[in-house]
Unconditional design. Structure first.
Length: 163
């Protein structure tokens, strides 16, 4: 995970009050239900059939939404749940025009840094095997047995977030 945090801390990304910018990219974050950021995030995730009812009643877990914008247009989104010093990446998606340009790496860098600033110690996710290399490159390690869901093979992964 150090490689992505080093990229984020290198000064290539500027941050201010829940907003990060990197060239023409802007990454915003909100934990407020019905916020504009949550709505933009859901709009991107729903294009992939994601985010429908997955949060439900999170109990004591705190939902957190991120949106990636390129030239002001939402091109990526993520939804996480925070609970007891840990986070779970519920969904993440990038529109096709955002792929292959290191936007996913920048997006995850911001997410991890935002979690680190909130004192989160571990981030867990369940990824399709087709994204295994992407998550491994970001420092995620396998964290359990593979399973079949949503017509695809998935693998649980996690990473420690250093203080």
């Amino acid at each position: 995970m150090g490689n992505i945090l080093n990229f984020f801390r290198s000064g290539a990304v500027s941050t201010e009050a829940g907003l990060a910018t990197l060239g023409d990219l802007e990454i915003a974050c909100s934990g407020v239900a019905e916020s504009q950021i949550m709505k933009e995030s859901h709009a991107v995730l729903e294009r992939f059939g994601l985010a429908k009812g997955k949060i439900g009643n999170p109990g004591k877990a705190l939902p957190l939404w991120f949106v990636l914008r390129a030239n002001g247009k939402p091109t990526g989104a993520a939804c996480l749940l925070l609970d007891d010093g840990n986070a779970r990446l519920v969904d993440i998606a990038l529109l096709p025009e955002a792929r292959g340009k290191n936007q996913g790496t920048a997006f995850m860098g911001h997410i991890v840094e935002a979690l680190r600033q909130r004192g989160i110690q571990k981030l867990r996710a369940s990824t399709r095997l087709t994204l295994k290399r992407f998550f491994a490159r970001l420092g995620f390690q396998p964290d359990g047995d593979c399973f079949y869901a949503d017509n695809a093979l998935h693998m649980p992964v996690s990473c420690r977030i250093a203080a």
